[in-house]
Design a protein around this ligand. Structure first.
Ligand code: TA6
Length: 276
């Protein structure tokens, strides 16, 4: 995985306990191994490119200050392609910070500090996103923590908790639909922005016999994505068969109105994964 600098987090008594890894490039979480499952819970493609400015395929790309094509920047903004600095850290948590470069300010003329804190506790990984408006005028942004979860078999995985929600279907020009099913299952490409998603979403990995409970606060929406065969084949940093072992569940500001943050103010949002 290249020679990019990364932080290894641990909690509990070694050699047991829980472990996670975060690259400074993009403040990119690439691993979470809770003792409770003893398994890697985060998907990273075997073809991932660990070379800036490419975003690492998999893990938790930090999509900021723009989700997808919802603005003037390239897909998902520039934070995931940027070098963060360590601002604070202990053995079980780290805070990484990004301020826009001159080049960033040309493309997106807003002064901000983006802080990503990743904290480990037994069976739980908490990721906090803080945006500080350092400018003299209000700033607007969309964003997501674009999490790739590893699953043993995507055809035996379910995402629970979304029934009744309106979703924008990215595969049908973001037309609005209502989710009729208690479980979202996968038998083809899925790319949906669930608006006003509940703060608790379950990912059931039926084949592995465990679940991940995702608790979000501050993110109004949640994106669910699996590229399936054709999209997977079109991604050169993604193996053709790898769609079978991942599901993206992304706490986001993507279907609702962008966040508008007044000068000097701070916005914060959290995602928390727990094994069950
Ligand atoms: O979150 C889903 C999505 O917006 C998909 O439409 C797909 O483009 C995915 O993100 C990956 O985007 P990327 O720029 O990382 O290839």
């Amino acid at each position: 995985d290249g020679d990019l600098p990364k932080v290894v987090l641990r909690c509990g008594d070694e050699p047991g306990g829980d472990k996670a890894e975060v690259y400074l490039h993009g403040a990119h979480v690439t691993s979470w191994i809770p003792e409770a499952t003893g398994k890697e819970m985060i998907f990273v493609s075997k073809d991932a490119i660990f070379k800036p400015p490419k975003a690492i395929r998999g893990g938790v790309p930090v999509c900021f200050p723009q989700f997808s094509d919802m603005g003037p920047l390239g897909a998902h903004g520039f934070a995931r392609n940027s070098a963060f600095e360590v601002q604070d850290g202990e053995s079980d948590q780290v805070t990484l910070a990004l301020r826009p470069s001159e080049e960033d300010l040309e493309r997106w003329p807003q002064k901000f500090e983006l802080r990503i804190t990743v904290a480990l506790s037994p069976g739980c990984l908490t990721q906090t996103m803080e945006v500080q408006n350092m400018g003299s005028s209000a700033m607007e942004f969309t964003c997501a923590l674009h999490t790739y979860f590893r699953v043993e078999d995507v055809t035996n995985a379910q995402v629970k908790g979304l029934r009744g929600l309106t979703y924008l279907d990215n595969l049908q020009s973001r037309e609005r639909f209502t989710e009729a099913n208690a479980c979202v299952e996968f038998s083809g490409e899925v790319d949906r922005i669930y608006c006003g998603a509940p703060d608790t979403i379950d990912l059931v990995d039926g084949a592995a016999g465990h679940s991940v409970v995702i608790e979000k606060t501050g993110f109004p929406d949640a994106v669910v994505w699996n590229p399936w065969v054709d999209k997977a084949a079109s991604l050169k940093d993604f193996g053709d068969e790898e769609y079978k072992e991942m599901v993206c569940i992304e706490p986001a500001v993507a279907g609702s109105d962008p966040i508008s943050l007044d000068a000097g103010k701070m916005w914060t949002a959290v995602q928390k994964f727990m094994t069950r």
